[in-house]
Design a protein around this ligand. Structure first.
Ligand code: PHE
Length: 339
């Protein structure tokens, strides 16, 4: 009997000491001390032994039981301690490793220039509007007094979605859009992406950016256009800049002009960039054609207006001395991180 008890005890001790999991310990407890456990069964089997031996064996069994209980408790604590240690180790943060640096982005040069331009015009009381890039041919052409047979309407130049819908070829369609919705006085700039069926080269891209300007009020003259644009150019490029008008033609302005500004490279002396003229072309402009105003329900006896449309890409290239338009659209980080 004693040997039997001893072997149960040894087996139990070895099993418990080898346990690394709480589950295992619990099943050992059930296996030895539970209702049908080996020690319990052993205790019941003591009915067969002599009454003399019984108290001795009973004591031994109780001691064995206690020993197992103590060991279970100790092992449980060990397992819990190990578990805690493991968790701490796994969740450890190695603060000796340098942190990951986040590459901080910055604004695209076009956005920077546009932000500056917006600030200048907002300082002059203009608001900023936007219009759709997929535009009705009506707004892109018809509302701007561009006749049906005008070459600008040709599929050679314009991307058509269908007969009536185009990718806008300029931001000018937003002039009638604004004028239909807003009563004068109007002072607005409208920046946005425009599309033309051009091949890509250093100075052309099928997608580029324009900024439209529109002012409609009582008594607006070409002098207001000249003054506004001159001030704008001086604010953007510096006080030394000068502007001049060259006669031109647009169906939606009358009279029309191209506005030139002092060449930023040679300061007007003449160089390769300005083709020795000392001037660079910045914008189309003019007094809004009365037919355009009337189509939008504006009383031309009372109101007049000026408009201009300039290329943001070109303005940005001039500002930063960028000589290839493709750089503006390639998203090359080596280029962009210079601004
Ligand atoms: N929309 C014209 C262009 O794209 C520019 C322009 C705008 C001219 C407003 C006059 C008035 O060339």
């Amino acid at each position: 009997m004693k040997e039997k008890l001893q072997s149960i005890l040894e087996k139990a001790m070895a099993e418990i000491k080898g346990s690394q999991e709480l589950d295992q310990l619990e099943s050992s407890r059930v296996k030895y001390l539970g209702k049908k456990g080996e020690l319990t069964v052993f205790l019941r089997g003591m009915g067969n032994i002599s009454p003399r031996e019984r108290p001795v064996m009973g004591k031994l069994v109780n001691e064995a039981k206690q020993e197992i209980e103590v060991l279970l408790k100790e092992q449980k604590e060990k397992v819990l301690a190990l578990e805690k240690e493991r968790m701490l180790r796994e969740e450890e943060i190695d603060i000796s490793i340098p942190g990951k640096r986040f590459a901080r982005g910055r604004k695209h040069p076009l956005t920077k220039t546009l932000d500056e331009i917006k600030t200048i015009f907002m300082g002059l009381g203009f608001s900023v509007a936007e219009g759709p890039e997929v535009e009705l041919a009506y707004y892109n052409f018809t509302a701007l007094n561009i006749p049906e047979d005008h070459p600008a309407r040709d599929i050679q130049d314009t991307f058509y979605i269908n007969d009536d819908i185009v990718l806008r070829t300029h931001t000018s369609p937003d002039e009638p859009r604004v004028m239909e919705k807003t009563k004068p006085p109007i002072r607005v700039i409208i920046p946005g992406r425009v599309y033309r069926a051009d091949d890509v080269d250093a100075t052309h891209s099928p997608v580029f950016h324009q900024i439209e300007g529109l002012v409609v009020d009582e008594g607006i003259t070409l002098g207001d256009l000249k003054g506004t644009f001159d001030l704008f150019v001086k604010k953007l490029y510096g006080e030394h800049m000068e502007t001049k008008f060259r006669p031109s033609h647009f169906p939606f302005t009358e009279p029309s002009a191209e506005i030139d500004a002092t060449c930023f490279v040679c300061n007007g002396k003449g160089c390769r960039v300005c083709k020795d003229t000392g001037w660079i072309e910045l914008s189309g402009a003019g007094m809004v054609h009365p037919r355009v105003l009337e189509r939008c329900g504006i009383d031309t006896a009372r109101y007049s207006g000026f408009a201009f449309g300039m290329g943001l890409d070109r303005l940005t290239m001039l500002k930063y001395g960028i000589d290839d338009m493709r750089l503006m659209f390639e998203n090359d980080i080596r280029f962009l991180s210079q601004f």
